[in-house]
Design a protein around this ligand. Sequence first.
Ligand code: APR
Length: 252
Amino acid sequence: MERLEEARERLKAAQRVAVLTGAGISKPSGIPTFRDVEGLWRDFNPLDYATPEAYARDPQRVWEWYAWRIAKVREARPNPAHRALARLEKEVLGRGGAFLLVTQNVDGLHARAGSRNLVELHGNLLRARCEACGHRFSLPDPFTPPPFCPLCGHRARPDVVWFGEFLPEGAWERAERAFLEADLALVVGTSAEVEPAASLGRIAYASGAYLVEVNPEPTPLTPLAHLALRQGAVEGMAALLGPHLDTKGEAW
Ligand code: APR
């Protein structure tokens, strides 16, 4: 059986599905990736914007960069790849299976596409976290950076995981368990370079899962994939799950 056909059949039968996404799945929605040719890290040094030290050094500069990213995310819409994963979750849960979507993305597009069993491993741009009491709150639209905690009045920081920081409480444990137990693991749009997320695909493979990767470029995970679709997320998810037509019948 041709590999794509085998993957499609396995997706229809899978009882425990674990998905990992990265910035590539949101690129068709107009959100820049990090390490692509026109990625964010080409124009912005992560050490100046995405570390606790950078924030301590110049919180206003970091907040203004995040406010710019937040405005782009608020203009963006989930694309058919996001929606295909929300549909897959419903199908797997509907047949009594287990499903977890783990994303490295902080753009909130999976939740807006309808995904529910979702772990945001690196936090969420649309939330802030008080630097004093830790209270998390959604950022108003528009907002003037820096935001201040509605409970205690202290300045709040972006509720995202910076380089060198710990992942949200329990997020890694939940993600790791899903990939350990998966019978099918799907990895979409990540360069598989940033740990610990990059290990999830390998963990699933080592536990005997059928591993599918969707990425126009090869990654360190590609040699392990039972099927590596060298395509963008929208095309790859349509190949795996069937074309997703919007309610208005247009492609999207
Ligand atoms: N569809 C799917 N994948 C795509 C597409 C597309 N249309 N376009 C590009 N890609 C792929 C690229 O080939 C690349 O492998 O998306 C990947 C994006 O990789 P990165 O920019 O490294 O993003 P990501 O893997 O999510 O980075 C992980 O690094 O900077 C930190 O915290 C940040 O969460 C981020 C983490």
